[in-house]
Design a protein around this ligand. Structure first.
Ligand SMILES: N[C@@H](CCC(=O)N[C@@H](CS)C(=O)NCC(=O)O)C(=O)O
Length: 419
């Protein structure tokens, strides 16, 4: 079946999930375009068609319709099938469905983003805003909890775009912060959520959905808290919790100030014969086999550097190859502080809907430094130190930086170099 249109977005965007799930229910195909978020959405050509840089954006197959706003796109996709049940059985139900689309947009997503984005390292943490958003979200969830006391689905007797919109808005909250303890107070909502995300159309887009056991919390990066200041604040916070309650904004303003860039501990390591900048230049300008590889082993200094095997922890959730590749790109962007101290190659192996991310990093020192561990998505990757003297490890490392043929017996699909 020919796609009814194309979506521009980034991988695993819950706003896009909403559209893709609606398409699944209607047995329609929507193409997910190859798209580099941050670059392609700023391209003047993109902006000729769309109102602004925000994604998801949708273009119909006949090129006649260009729209932003995930709710509108999902509504259009839902209405593209005459037999659709996603919009309710009559105008009154359609109005109810619309009210939940807007409820998700206005009463769930903004609170959820303020709560979660600092945890993901996307925005800065602000305690007053955090408290407001957790309270705001709880209020909205209580509304749903009461509605779902007597209902299986939000509108009518079957899944509609109302359920899809609200469930996808709650995808990240349930995955990251609405933990087992929290869910005890929201039993109807949790039952409903589990019911809908286990429907085949949801599963096809979301895969196996996991609800978090213990909530992730924002932990301030060490670099944001110069030691002296932290100590002083800890003492004054201990002394007067009351004062803190009365003046959260002042405290938070202080917390939000960017701290001076700390000098890296790695700068005080003994000098090394491996000059990483030189290696990166040599690797870029010469054939990898045999020239760059020979150069590397001739200059490698196992005391000043370490080699790490890196595997993505959630390979089973990966979908299109280009999406996996974008994930690697995002991780590399967030490793900016490590650029001076690390070189890496991460590749996508396999094919669409069956691929994995793996690779190697060469890192200054013998531990994984904070320049790497501070990256918001570091926890999504497993880093294992390897013995550079082991011939098997050596050869595998070489394969992963040469990108030729099969790696670990799997087909190379795409790759990115951190340099
Ligand atoms: N109301 C819009 C919001 C879209 C939105 O905020 N998209 C974010 C990513 S999830 C974005 O594109 N941000 C980029 C920017 O603000 O320039 C919708 O529901 O589609």
């Amino acid at each position: 079946m020919a796609p009814i249109g194309k979506i521009y977005s980034y991988p695993n965007n819950p706003r896009t999930f909403k559209i893709l799930i609606a398409a699944e229910y209607n047995n329609l195909e929507v193409e997910v375009a190859e798209f580099e978020f941050g670059k392609d959405n700023k391209d003047p050509k993109f902006l000729e068609n769309f109102h602004h840089e925000k994604v998801p954006a949708f273009e119909s197959a006949d090129g006649d319709l260009h729209i932003n706003e995930c709710g509108a796109i999902a509504y259009y996709v839902s209405s593209c099938s005459e037999k659709t049940q996603l919009l309710g059985k009559d105008q009154k139900e359609t109005a109810k469905v619309l009210s939940y689309i807007l409820f998700a947009e206005n009463e769930i997503i903004p609170h959820a983003n303020t709560w979660i984005n600092p945890i993901l390292g996307i925005t800065q943490y602000n305690k007053a805003a955090h408290n407001q958003s957790t309270e705001g979200l709880k209020k909205s969830l209580k509304v749903l909890e009461n509605i779902l006391l007597k209902k299986t689905y939000l509108v009518g007797e079957r899944v509609t775009l109302a359920d899809i919109s609200v469930a996808t808005a709650l995808y990240l909250p349930f995955k990251l912060v609405l933990d087992a303890k929290f869910r005890e107070g929201y039993k109807n909502l949790t039952r409903w959520y589990k019911t809908v995300v286990n429907q085949p159309a949801f599963k096809k887009v979301l895969g196996e959905v996991i609800l978090v056991d213990v909530a992730h919390e924002y932990t301030p990066p060490k670099k944001d808290k110069p030691k002296k200041e932290t100590k002083a604040r800890e003492v004054s916070e201990e002394k007067s919790d009351k004062k803190k309650e009365e003046a959260p904004d002042d405290l938070e303003e202080e917390e939000a100030k960017p701290a001076p860039k700390p000098k890296s501990k790695l700068d005080s390591l003994p000098p090394s014969k491996l000059n990483l900048e030189e290696w990166k230049r040599f690797y870029s300008n010469n054939n990898t086999r045999p020239d760059a590889i020979n150069w590397f082993w001739e200059h490698y200094d196992p005391e000043g550097y370490s080699i790490w095997r890196v595997d993505y922890k959630y390979n089973s959730e990966l979908k299109k190859v280009f999406m996996s590749s974008n994930l690697i790109g995002g991780f590399f962007n967030r490793l900016e502080r490590a650029r001076k101290y690390a070189f890496g190659s991460l590749v996508v192996l396999g094919e669409d809907n069956k691929n994995e991310i793996a690779g190697y990093f060469v890192i200054r020192g013998q531990e994984i430094p904070e320049e790497v561990t501070d990256a918001a998505d570091f926890e999504s990757y497993e880093f294992k130190k390897v013995d550079h003297a082991d011939p098997k490890e050596r050869s595998c490392f070489e394969d992963y930086i040469a990108w030729d043929g099969h790696l670990d017996g799997k087909t190379f699909a795409d790759g990115k170099i951190f340099k």
